[in-house]
Ligand binder design. Structure first.
Ligand SMILES: C[S@@+](CC[C@H](N)C(=O)[O-])C[C@H]1O[C@@H](n2cnc3c(N)ncnc32)[C@H](O)[C@@H]1O
Length: 343
């Protein structure tokens, strides 16, 4: 039986802190400084990961949250790509090996993991953390300055937003790109998604509408995931000391493939709730992608709720439906939820 992700991460982080002899107050100061760098409150230094204090603070605070995000994405991809992550994996801008943690949390064990990192010192953290993961034997890990082509899976998580020359999209069978859920970074990812689709990539997730992102016609919206997570005591403690609010897992993502099946092919008539489900004035409503070419406002009257629409009445951001039937006014007549991200 696999341990719950939160407990598994907590145990690994505790072993890491002990192995490195780290003090919580130094880690919390590192988290606060990283947060200032990532939110533009401090000058961006492209070499921040070279500083051991920041690299280790990243490993203890940001990496476990990133790993949970990847595990959540893989949970959604289960029905179309159950073995994804079991082959040759490259992690572009992988930092302390966030991608490898995420694969492990999802129960995948790569044949080989290549850390593509401008800061080579990150490899030390990846190797140490691998030996501290007691769930499965360590994966062979190597470092490369640039992504070698031909991998089964390439990960590129939280790298495109770094102001210093972002890496090109790696050439691999499947590519998972993850970005922070901030409006401008997510909207840039939505534009990139359209460019990748136009260049011949298959969009595996998150999109049910394959040709062009319909949300781009609404500049006030940005397509992101937000899923509840179990607390990780050490992470919560560091966040509190660093003055950060505890948050659910928020991120934007695109999964691209050269040949693999897409979510839209797995379920005919697929639609996704791409906003919160707002409840007000006797009804609930949200924006839906996949019903026609444009983003659609789907609405449910409280008094009209029956078994056929129950899944929409309980929907949360990101839920996938097949079918989701709407009448001419956008009222939900039938909703069957087929997938929901979780960790
Ligand atoms: C915010 S961290 C993300 C780490 C990890 N992917 C995650 O999501 O937790 C960004 C990492 O990308 C690395 N990086 C930035 N630009 C890069 C590039 N062009 N090539 C390789 N690594 C890069 C940085 O050194 C840093 O370790």
């Amino acid at each position: 039986v696999r341990e719950a992700p939160g407990a598994c991460l907590e145990a690994k982080l505790r072993r890491y802190v002990a192995a490195r002899g780290l003090k919580l107050k130094h880690l919390a100061a590192g988290v606060a400084e990283l947060s200032a760098i990532f939110t533009g409150r401090a000058r961006f230094d492209p070499d921040y990961m070279r500083r051991p204090g920041l690299r280790r603070a990243y490993a203890v605070y940001y990496a476990p949250l990133g790993a949970l995000k990847l595990a959540a994405i893989l949970s959604e991809l289960g029905p179309v790509a159950p073995a994804l992550g079991g082959g040759d994996v490259v992690d572009v801008g992988g930092g302390p090996g966030t991608g490898l943690w995420g694969l492990r949390l999802a129960g995948r064990r790569p044949r080989r993991y290549t850390l593509v990192e401008r800061v080579r010192e990150c490899l030390e953290e990846v190797r140490l953390l691998e030996t501290l993961d007691l769930q499965a034997p360590p994966v062979p890990v190597r470092w490369a300055r640039r992504a070698p082509p031909g991998a089964d899976l390439a990960l590129q998580m939280n790298v495109l937003g770094e102001p210093e020359a972002p890496p090109a999209l790696p050439e691999a069978r499947t590519v998972v790109v993850v970005e922070p859920a901030l409006k401008d970074q997510t909207q840039r990812l939505m534009a990139r998604r359209d460019a990748w689709a136009a260049a011949g990539w298959r969009i595996v997730a998150p999109c049910p509408a394959v040709a062009r992102c319909p949300m781009r016609a609404r500049p006030e919206l940005w397509c992101h995931a937000e899923i509840p997570r179990a607390p990780i005591p050490l992470v919560e403690e560091l966040g509190r000391r660093a003055g950060l609010r505890p948050e659910d897992l928020k991120f934007s993502y695109v999964v691209l493939s050269r040949e693999g099946p897409t979510l839209a092919e797995r379920w005919a008539g697929l639609a996704r709730l791409v906003s919160h489900r707002h409840a007000q004035n006797g009804k609930s409503w949200g924006w839906v992608c996949g019903v026609g070419d444009a983003l659609t406002r789907a609405e449910l009257l409280d008094r009209g709720r029956g078994p056929a629409v129950r899944d929409f009445a309980r929907a949360r951001r990101g839920d996938l439906f097949a079918p989701l039937e709407l009448d001419a006014r956008g009222r939900v007549g039938r909703a069957v939820r087929v997938a929901r991200m979780s960790v």
